[in-house]
Every structure is written in structure tokens, then in C-alpha cells.
Design a protein. Structure first.
Length: 641
């Protein structure tokens, strides 16, 4: 979908970001912010004309979807001349007080000391909010020039103890930004002069456009002060400055490296957004790396916690979709996103259900229909803004299409970094642990065979297998009558149509005895399982018995991930993610859903899957299951009672 620029054509990278917003008196950042950021498509070289062209499209195509911030990412003050780059020295434009100001060659509306006033005015006239990216502390260029410090209360150079203070007096040269060491360093906030410099910086950002409140910045991205580069004193003081202004400021922090929930707890109340990962680019490795960190911050109850004058949100970084540039490049958008459509779908779904801010990074002027439909999917936007109880859902099951690779397993969280799975396996019937099955009578027409031992008593209800009918339909809809009267058809659920594999036409090898498996219920999968009164479940043709055991997750099992959330109308959102290189059937038992939803009981569900349109029209009382392709996801909207 190429979007035209019909209003007018006027000609980050990673870490901290402060958003100054002209918003109402309602709770600040009550939902995760959305918008567009220039870094993924322009790196640092974006021009005024290119920025305003993207803002036009943002206003026309995405504003009514909640995408309201137009953010200029880093180095808008750096001259675009030979020799200049992301970590070059001596190319920044600074004022007499050592504060960076827009490069007038790239931002002609900033001439005559206007800063971003006129640019902000144009952005606000489109119904958007304007944002900029700023770095920590003070620029190395200002320190080398030893510029004086402005005292905003007097309008003159800052004086204390009978002396005039300069940049070199407040700079902490040993605290440079780890990823831009030639660019910026921290300032000493124990000194009155250090505080005066920060106050002059942020009051300038706010006052560019002081005659009209719509001129004020809606966003400022403040970088390199979180994670391994944590500077809690600077963050705290900036937060205090923002509280003193006459309107809310959306303050977002970006990390250097190694952001953790414990670090976030120290800053979440001082900000509204904070990056919890390194830069995310369009590689599958980057996408997959976000699952663990998103899980950890959700488990730490950091999603939507108390923030600066409102709430704060863990930020998984911008969405590098559509037409992009390359990290730290000296050129603008020149290539398409390298993620497959399945991987893009997985990324946007995770970002949405983890309630990360949605900041699109692609060139809006070249946005295609597929990208547009992904970032505006109404279900994802509803989940991102209004869902609750968002968390990773660990009680999931996965099997390969043949049923013989993964077997049947359920992932469980552990206190260690390596997860564990509870797996159905085959063992000798003399094994005392094999005699732990029992029949669970649900009603007159329905029975289950359940494993009665809860692993270490930690995982709630036991794993159960449904008793299928004596005739079972194949994938082609043909009904086969079991030739073994009295034998049991064992299914994970009535809806899955997958049976516990025990076919006389398929003799499993000795190497496969250790693992049971599921396969489609076809003529070649006649079930010959018998339940004995001593609690064993016996395979008639092999003489082996079934049992459940807890093992460390292998690579395939670990690649089965899931998230759950509750909708504002009581619906349940259930997402399956297949991080493996092969397709798998993924399932969740209804009895497990309630474990992740405080105060809920779940006995039966209907619903639909948003990407395939698959529907659960007949209420299921057992499980939700679907085949998920490699690196893809499925997202169910369930109505349960």
C-alpha cells in the first residue's frame, strides 16, 4: 500500500528517550505509547523534509489507530558532511551554553535560534505529537570547548562560590556512553552547576515554541542512561525537572546493555517507557531473543507499573518492518525487511501481548499493504492497549506433525535458566512409576485417563488423556472402525484429532521406546491401549506402559512458547509461538488456562484464531490446539465459561 502525501510535502538508535506530551489531565501513559521513530529507516541522517513527509503519512494512515508520536531519533544536531558518523567527534552544532541544537543545513526551519519550534508546529498541525532523541549528560564537544553553564534563573552564566562554572567542571569523563564514547559523558549532579546544566537542557527542549503550548515537544528520547550505563542520579533529577513543567512529559529511557527487572524497578517510577533489550533489527535471532526478557519483566509485574505522573511500560524496541536502512548506517531507507511474514507476525504478536510500546521504524512513505495490516490489526491493538494479566503461559504442549519427534510434553517454569518439560514416555510395566494412572469420570458420557502424580506437587491438575470413540475420523473425514474391540483411543483432547501412537503397522524402534507420541487418528494409527486396574496403561502390541516424566527441555520443546491475557470484556487471548525450525502442533488444556488467570474458572470455550480464521464453534471442554508453522504464531480469542 503506497500512501500518497496529499496534505503537503515539506521540503536511536537505541537508548534514552524522553517524550514531552501535550496531553489531557488523565493518567499519563495510561496505555503503551504508539508512534513512528526515524532510526530503523534513516539511522542518524534524516532531513527535515523526509521527517515531515513521514509525519504526513503517519497522520493520514495511522493516527486513528493510536500511532500519535513522530520521533526524530539521534544526532539531529550532527552535520552531515564527509567524516561525520555515529561516533565521530567535532561535527555537532552546539550553542554558546554547550547545548546541542538542530543542524540548520538538515533542519532549515531551525535557523535563527528557533530550534525545533517550527517543525513541532507543523507536526502538531497534523494532530500528532513531536519527539526527539537526546543523549546522556553533556557532549564531548562542549567539554572540549569548555562552554559556560547557563543559569536559567538569571539568564547568565552559572556562578557559585565566587566563580563561573564551565563544562569541564561538571563533566564526568570516566563515565562516557559505552556505545558512543566520543559523543557524550555524564555530568556531576552533586554539583549545583551540573544540575543547572541539565535544567537548562530540558527547559530548552520544552521552551522551543513557548508562545504556543502546541509547539511543545511531545517526545524526547534520552539515551545511554539505563542498563549497564545506569545513571540513576541523572534520571532522578531529569524526572524532577519534568514534574515542574506545566504539562506532562512522556519520559522514556533506553538501555546501554544488561537491563534487568531489578534495575527497572529503580527507574520505572521516574519514567514512562524504558528499553529492556539491545537494538532489535530484522533478524530472527533478534526476535527470538526477546521472549525470555519479555517473560521476566512480565513475571516481575513491571507491565503498566507506576511511572512518571502515570504508568510505565517495558519497551521491546522499535518494530523494524517495511523499508529500512542498516544499523549505524550513513544512508537512508534502501532495502526491505529481511524477516519472513511468519516472523513479522510473531514479532508484532509478542510486542502486542507483552504490552510493549509500538514504535514503527520503517519508512512510512514506502509502507506496503502487508506491513500496514500487521501494525494495525485491530485484535493486536486491542490487546496492546486494554488487556490485563499479561504473562507467559508455560503449560503448553507440542508435537511435530508426525507426532514422533517431540512426543507430548508440557513446559514448566523453573528457578533455573533452563526450563523443564513433563513428557509422556514408554517404559517397562514393571517400573513402579508406570502404575500411576486413574480414570477420571467427568459425566456419564465422558471419561479421561489421568496421570495422578503431580511433579513435585507444583503443577496443579495432572495430565489427562481423553477416551476417544471406537471409531475415529481421519484427516480426510473417513471413519475407521477399530479392529481391536475394547481398545482405547487416547487423545490429548476431543478437538485435536490426534491419537496416542500405537499402530501395529508402525513398529517403533528401541530408540523410540523412551518417548510416546501422537499422530493423526487414521487407519494406520489403530489404538491398542488398555487400562488395567493396577493403574497401568499398556500398549497391546509392544507390552510397554505409559508414564509421565520431567526432563530438561530440548531445543524443540524449548521453542514452544505461549502467552496469555484477559480482555476488557472477559475474553481470553491465547498466543502460541513456534520458535523451532519445524512445524508443530501446539496445545493448551483448558484446565491449565485458569492457573494463569487469577479468579477465573474455565470449563468450556469457543473462539477463533485471528491469522487463519480457524473457529471453535462447538464448545470445547478440554483443549485448544492448532498446527503452527516454523517461526510463526497463532492467536486465539476465546470466550470461556
Amino acid at each position: 500500500m503506497k500512501l500518497s502525501l496529499s496534505i503537503y510535502l515539506i521540503s536511536l538508535p537505541f537508548l534514552f528517550f524522553l517524550l514531552i506530551a501535550s496531553v489531557s489531565s488523565q493518567e499519563h501513559a495510561s496505555t503503551p505509547p504508539r508512534g513512528w521513530n526515524s532510526y530503523d529507516s534513516y539511522s542518524w541522517i534524516i532531513s527535515e523534509e523526509e521527517f515531515l513527509q513521514n509525519a504526513v503519512v503517519l497522520s493520514q494512515a495511522l493516527r486513528d489507530k493510536g500511532y500519535e508520536y513522530a520521533v526524530v531519533d539521534y544526532l539531529w544536531y550532527r552535520r552531515k558532511v564527509p567524516g561525520a558518523g555515529p561516533d565521530s567527534l567535532g561535527f555537532d552544532v552546539i550553542d554558546e551554553w554547550g547545548r546541542v541544537i538542530p543542524d540548520p543545513d538538515r533542519w532549515p526551519l531551525s535557523k535563527d535560534g528557533k530550534g525545533f519550534t517550527e517543525v513541532a508546529n507543523k507536526v502538531h498541525s497534523m494532530g500528532l505529537k513531536f519527539g526527539i532523541h537526546v543523549m546522556r549528560g553533556i557532549s564531548t564537544q562542549a567539554v572540549n570547548a569548555n562552554t559556560p553553564i547557563l543559569d536559567t534563573t538569571t539568564g547568565r552564566a552559572y556562578e557559585e562560590s565566587g566563580r563561573v562554572w564551565h563544562a569541564q567542571d561538571i563533566a564526568l569523563k570516566e563515565q562516557t556512553c559505552s556505545w558512543m564514547q566520543n559523543g557524550f559523558m555524564s555530568v556531576n549532579t552533586d554539583l549545583g552547576a551540573g544540575k543547572a546544566f541539565l535544567r537548562s537542557l530540558y527547559q530548552q527542549y520544552a521552551s522551543w515554541g513557548v508562545d504556543f503550548i502546541v509547539y511543545y515537544f511531545d517526545a524526547v528520547k534520552n539515551d545511554c542512561v539505563f542498563g549497564a550505563d545506569l545513571n540513576i542520579n541523572e534520571i532522578t533529577y531529569i524526572s524532577e525537572i519534568l514534574k515542574e513543567l506545566n504539562r506532562p512529559i512522556l519520559y522514556s529511557l533506553s538501555p546501554g546493555t544488561k537491563a534487568t527487572p531489578d534495575l527497572a524497578k529503580a527507574v520505572s517510577g521516574l519514567s514512562n517507557m524504558y528499553r529492556i533489550t539491545g537494538d532489535d533489527w530484522d533478524t530472527w535471532t533478534d526476535v527470538a531473543a526477546h521472549f525470555d526478557v519479555a517473560r521476566d519483566f512480565a513475571a516481575a509485574k513491571m507491565i503498566g507499573s507506576s511511572g512518571l505522573m502515570g504508568k510505565s511500560w517495558p519497551d521491546l524496541d522499535m518494530l523494524p518492518l517495511g523499508y529500512l536502512t542498516d544499523p549505524a548506517a550513513n544512508e537512508g531507507p534502501h532495502r526491505k525487511c529481511r524477516l519472513t511474514i511468519q516472523e513479522q507476525r510473531t514479532q508484532v504478536t509478542l510486542w502486542s501481548i507483552a504490552k510493549s510500546p509500538l514504535m514503527f521504524g520503517g519508512d512510512l512513505r514506502n509502507m506496503d499493504d502487508t506491513t500496514f495490516s500487521l501494525i494495525t490489526n485491530p485484535t493486536l491493538l486491542e490487546i496492546n492497549s486494554y488487556s490485563s494479566n499479561n504473562a507467559e503461559f508455560p503449560y503448553i504442549s507440542g508435537s511435530s506433525p508426525s507426532g514422533r519427534k517431540l512426543g507430548w510434553s508440557r513446559r514448566y517454569p523453573t528457578s533455573t535458566e533452563e526450563s523443564e518439560v513433563e513428557t509422556l514416555s514408554l517404559t517397562s510395566c514393571k517400573d513402579p512409576k508406570a502404575s500411576r494412572w486413574l480414570v477420571n469420570e467427568l459425566d456419564q458420557d465422558l471419561e479421561q485417563i489421568c496421570w495422578k502424580e503431580n511433579t513435585e506437587g507444583r503443577h496443579g491438575e495432572p495430565f489427562c488423556l481423553s477416551l476417544g470413540n471406537s471409531s475415529t475420523k481421519s484427516d480426510q473425514g473417513i471413519t475407521y472402525r477399530s479392529q481391536y474391540q475394547g481398545a482405547l483411543h487416547l487423545l490429548p483432547s476431543e478437538d485435536m484429532r490426534f491419537c496416542l501412537d500405537a499402530s501395529p503397522k508402525y513398529k517403533i524402534t528401541s530408540s523410540e521406546f523412551a518417548r510416546g507420541s501422537f499422530s493423526p487418528c487414521t487407519a494406520n494409527a489403530n489404538q491398542m491401549w488398555k487400562f488395567h486396574g493396577n493403574g497401568t496403561l499398556i500398549s497391546s502390541y509392544s507390552g510397554l506402559c505409559a508414564k509421565m516424566k520431567k526432563v530438561k527441555a530440548n531445543a524443540d520443546a524449548a521453542g514452544a512458547r505461549s502467552w496469555i491475557a484477559t480482555g476488557r470484556s472477559g475474553e481470553i487471548f491465547l498466543a502460541f509461538f513456534n520458535l523451532n525450525s519445524n512445524a508443530m502442533t501446539m496445545s493448551a488444556l483448558l484446565s491449565d488456562l485458569a492457573k494463569a488467570l487469577p479468579g477465573r474458572t474455565v470449563s468450556s470455550c469457543t473462539g477463533s484464531e485471528i491469522w487463519t480464521g480457524a473457529k471453535i464453534d462447538r464448545p470445547t471442554q478440554y483443549a485448544v490446539s492448532i498446527s503452527v508453522q516454523s517461526h510463526d504464531c497463532a492467536l486465539y480469542v476465546l470466550n470461556c465459561r
